[in-house]
Design a binder for this molecule. Structure first.
Ligand SMILES: *[C@@H]1O[C@H](CO)[C@@H](O)[C@H](O)[C@H]1NC(C)=O
Ligand SMILES: *[C@@H]1O[C@H](CO)[C@@H](O)[C@H](O)[C@H]1NC(C)=O
Ligand SMILES: *[C@@H]1O[C@H](CO)[C@@H](O)[C@H](O)[C@H]1NC(C)=O
Ligand SMILES: *[C@@H]1O[C@H](CO)[C@@H](O)[C@H](O)[C@H]1NC(C)=O
Ligand SMILES: *[C@@H]1O[C@H](CO)[C@@H](O)[C@H](O)[C@H]1NC(C)=O
Ligand SMILES: *[C@@H]1O[C@H](CO)[C@@H](O)[C@H](O)[C@H]1NC(C)=O
Length: 489
């Protein structure tokens, strides 16, 4: 078990070397040669001699082996990272994340607390063994992953929620990228640069929800870090740099649409490429930067543990299913009403309808209930998108998307009209009739389409990466944006 990463990360607080020193950097570099000036006094030549000897010694015994370790290292930094106690999460926060809030009881759910699989973020051995382009991507793109100090990413993994919650695409993509053959260790041959910041892993102590209040500053610090130490940000103004912003309103970093729009995308991110879950069909200030719409994170191993039979053999005895926040008398928060009132109508109109299972909290049976349901409702919350869309697809439950003008992830590859229903918000009072009509006509066609393996695969961030999974689609989309690559034009 060789883990390059260990060496890459064991000096997580080391500064990123400039490219000129790239080829020789190693964890011992700062210990190695010379030059603490106070020693350059009287026995100057003696000290000089000793220093030269020491340098040669250090070169032979530390630097060379260490830089070889750089490619075939063998310690275990990932685990140190996991053990590192993270006390920052204990500060108080005023705002919580709206999407997580609407998921309500999910933080009590086992799935939410699930232990990550043996977390080998830094296993890069496949870099050494896999041929250059086994993913069959056109254009053969290469991505350089910045080695940021651990406070930007690895430290947060001490909290296991960090790699499992609905915004965890930021962790999943980084993790897979580290071992992907698309990654290059040489920034000079990179088409794109990935900035791995785990911006949503700070959880409010009270509710356990991700808190985005720090996001802008945190991202800015990361950009300062890379732009002052290497030349690649400045040379393109960040055009070939990639961020993940998998939050309610993407890189606007706020949960309320009015606030999100008022703040906008931070200036320093506007030229870059943003991987985001947020998407609407019309112009929106929170998608005004170049972006790729990605699915929200749903743990593939949890999904796999529940799903056994194809839909025709599954017993779906719940007609329409929804669990989550439904305000009976929604407050008007700075001009916005939660879910644009959709969930209130749902609750008032259908909570006593025996075909509908509508509950305001999640339980441990959540996945099993989805497996037993024919239609899974995915109404707009604060933001139009919802992890329910992915959960429904992976559980073989037809997603009923109630969010006007929403744009869906990977619509170039997934035929959403064949596997889901879209119901206009103002048609919600007629939802029972709409669903009954589908059940009487083409439900089985939709279920048949829904169960095609490529749909589930495209929506899950599988580890290791497989062709056609959610991360592969990110790479695939990136390969259509090569005009942003500095070296390829
Ligand atoms: C690292 O990756 C290689 C190839 O992908 C795999 O065979 C090996 O088991 C992995 N090591 C660990 C510790 O996961
Ligand atoms: C990749 O493409 C080559 C030729 O285009 C084909 O022979 C090969 O089977 C493909 N591999 C995969 C994994 O799709
Ligand atoms: C990039 O530009 C910024 C702002 O002009 C500057 O502070 C920084 O030193 C530059 N980085 C490099 C590597 O030259
Ligand atoms: C919410 O309040 C604002 C004033 O703050 C008002 O203009 C708007 O019409 C209200 N919206 C609804 C749906 O009641
Ligand atoms: C959806 O788009 C239409 C046409 O652009 C617009 O009139 C409507 O207000 C939009 N609805 C929402 C909820 O944004
Ligand atoms: C189901 O039928 C409706 C109305 O006839 C049609 O618009 C829709 O495309 C059909 N869906 C599928 C997946 O066949």
């Amino acid at each position: 078990m060789h883990r390059v990463s260990v060496v890459l990360k064991s000096n997580g607080h080391r500064e990123i070397p400039s490219y000129s020193s790239f080829t020789s950097f190693s964890k011992n570099k700062h210990e190695a040669p010379v030059a603490s000036h106070s020693y350059w006094e009287k026995p100057r030549y003696l000290v000089l001699g000793i220093c030269i000897l020491f340098s040669v010694f250090a070169l032979c015994f530390f630097i060379l082996p260490a830089s070889m370790e750089f490619t075939v290292g063998n310690s275990e930094p990932g685990h140190q990272g996991l053990l590192r106690k993270n006390l920052r999460g204990l500060q108080t926060e005023e705002t919580t994340n709206a999407l997580s809030e609407e998921i309500g009881e999910e933080s009590k759910n086992k799935e939410w607390r699930l232990k990550p699989d043996h977390f080998t973020l830094f296993n890069t051995s496949s870099l050494l063994t896999t041929p250059f382009n086994p993913l069959n991507l056109t254009n053969g793109i290469r991505i350089y992953v910045y080695d940021l100090p651990a406070k930007f990413n690895e430290d947060w993994l001490a909290d296991e929620r960090c790699s499992n919650h609905l915004f965890a695409a930021e962790v999943a993509i980084h993790k897979v990228l580290m071992t992907s053959p698309i990654r290059t260790l040489d920034p000079c041959e990179a088409d794109f640069f990935f900035i791995p910041v785990y911006v949503s892993c700070k959880f409010t102590p009270k509710t356990g929800f991700p808190w985005l209040g720090q996001a802008r500053k945190f991202m800015e610090a990361a950009v300062n870090h890379v732009s002052t130490r290497m030349e690649f940000w400045n040379r393109s103004g960040g055009r070939d740099h990639i961020f993940v912003a998998s939050h309610d309103y993407g890189a606007c970093f706020h949960t309320l649409e009015t606030e999100a729009i008022a703040h906008g995308i931070p200036e320093f991110m506007r030229k870059s490429l943003i991987l985001q879950t947020f998407g609407v069909q019309d112009f929106h200030p929170c998608q005004a930067a170049e972006h790729i719409q990605i699915p929200p994170y749903v743990s593939p191993s949890v999904a796999a543990s529940y799903i056994k039979d194809p839909p025709e053999r599954q017993k779906r005895n719940i007609f329409a299913f929804f669990r989550g926040k439904m305000e009976i008398n929604p407050k008007n928060v700075s001009g916005l009403v939660y879910s644009r009132g959709v969930r209130t109508v749902l609750y008032k109109k259908f909570s006593h309808n025996r075909r509908f299972l509508l509950k305001r909290h999640r339980t441990d049976n959540y996945q099993l209930e989805m497996l037993r349901s024919t239609f899974c409702l995915c109404p707009v919350g604060w933001a139009p998108w919802s992890p329910r869309i992915v959960e429904a697809v992976v559980h073989g439950c037809v997603p009923v998307i109630i969010a006007d003008n929403i744009s869906l992830p990977y619509s170039h590859a997934i035929d959403w009209t064949g596997i889901s229903l879209s119901v206009r918000e103002h048609d919600v009072p007629k939802l029972d009739k709409i669903l009954l009509n589908v059940a009487a006509t083409n439900l089985s066609t939709i279920q048949h389409n829904l169960w095609k393996e490529e749909n589930r695969r495209a929506l899950l961030f599988t580890d290791p990466l497989v062709k056609g999974d959610a991360t592969w689609h990110v790479f695939d989309r990136l390969s259509t944006k090569l005009e942003r690559s500095f070296i390829k034009h």
